[in-house]
Design a protein around this ligand. Structure first.
Ligand code: PHE
Ligand code: FE
Length: 296
């Protein structure tokens, strides 16, 4: 899998080439999108729409309809913002790509969600190593219409500003929480497990894999356990964590994390594929296809 970002500038330093993140908020250059850009949006949108029936959470699908993103043309952030602002007070801001951590947290803490303005190329429909407009808009924005999830995202941003001041280990713990909820979370509905994580809903392969494959573990949400668990950035996840409700997520994360960070600093991290005796196990993964190394 290609891990070379194609939009993040790189600069040669004594540590080799390092990415230079662009901090600025940019205007969405809507008039500059090509016919091919709009086609990529339409193709991915139609494909995921079909795959997500019976797989994405009811709330994700409901809010996606309520939001009314155009399936055929790349939506204008300004149009989506009218709906979002009126619903939960969130606002989308255009960015070049990944942001420095503190900048990202600050946006979330102010109910601004950074959306990458550019969209992947036709040959990148199935996999991209960095977020693009399709992932950000299609994946993240619908649940910002849900009042509880909207508050969770803001609380996460505030928590990020705090963790950043505490130190690097706290940030690692908090990032794992984001990864296993916002990006790769599953939710238990009365009729079965469903997807709410953006990294999954924007991926055809993982939308099927996370629910239907016997390979991954599916384990009940447990805050401290998640904050200790390493993850994959280059393959499907070995483990998915299942919440009962968005309220559960909000309640479990409301306490001050400062003492939790201190406690976790004394404990080892857990490999991405490990199942513990204390886990609530929905599915114990077969581990088929797992790579031994590469958990981050
Ligand atoms: N309660 C967390 C703290 O005190 C903040 C937070 C909220 C983190 C929601 C993640 C999600 O740091
Ligand atoms: Fe994302």
């Amino acid at each position: 899998m290609n891990t070379t970002p194609n939009r993040v500038e790189h600069q040669l330093t004594d540590k080799g080439y390092v990415p230079v993140y662009t901090t600025a908020v940019v205007e969405q250059p809507w008039a500059s999108y090509s016919g091919s850009d709009h086609d990529v949006w339409a193709t991915l949108f139609a494909r995921q729409q079909q795959i997500l029936v019976g797989r994405a959470s009811d709330e994700f699908l409901r809010q996606q309809r309520a939001m009314g993103m155009n399936p055929d043309r790349i939506p204008k952030f300004d149009d989506l913002n009218r709906v979002l602002r009126a619903t939960t007070g969130w606002e989308l801001v255009g960015v070049e790509g990944l942001l420095p951590e503190l900048t990202f947290f600050d946006h979330l803490a102010h109910r601004r969600f950074p959306v990458t303005w550019w969209i992947r190329k036709p040959e990148q429909l199935d996999y991209l190593s960095e977020p693009d407009l399709f992932h950000d808009l299609f994946g993240h924005v619908p649940l910002l219409m849900n009042p509880v999830f909207a508050d969770y995202m803001q609380a996460y941003g505030r928590g990020g500003v705090k963790a950043h001041a505490i130190g690097a280990d706290a940030l690692v713990n908090l990032t794992r929480l984001y990864w296993y909820t916002v990006e790769f979370g599953l939710i238990k509905q009365a009729d079965g497990l469903r997807i709410y994580g953006s990294g999954i809903v924007s991926s055809k392969g993982e939308s099927i894999h996370c629910l239907e494959s016997a390979a991954p573990n599916r384990i009940g949400f447990d805050l401290e356990r998640i904050m200790r668990t390493r993850y994959r950035i280059d393959t499907y996840q070995k483990t998915y964590f299942v919440i009962d409700s968005y309220e559960q997520l909000m309640e479990a994360t409301t306490p001050d994390f400062t003492p939790i960070y201190a406690k976790l600093a004394q404990q080892d991290s857990i490999p991405a594929g490990t199942v513990l005796d204390t886990d609530t196990v929905y599915n114990r993964g077969t581990g088929e296809g797992w790579l031994n190394d590469g958990d981050v």
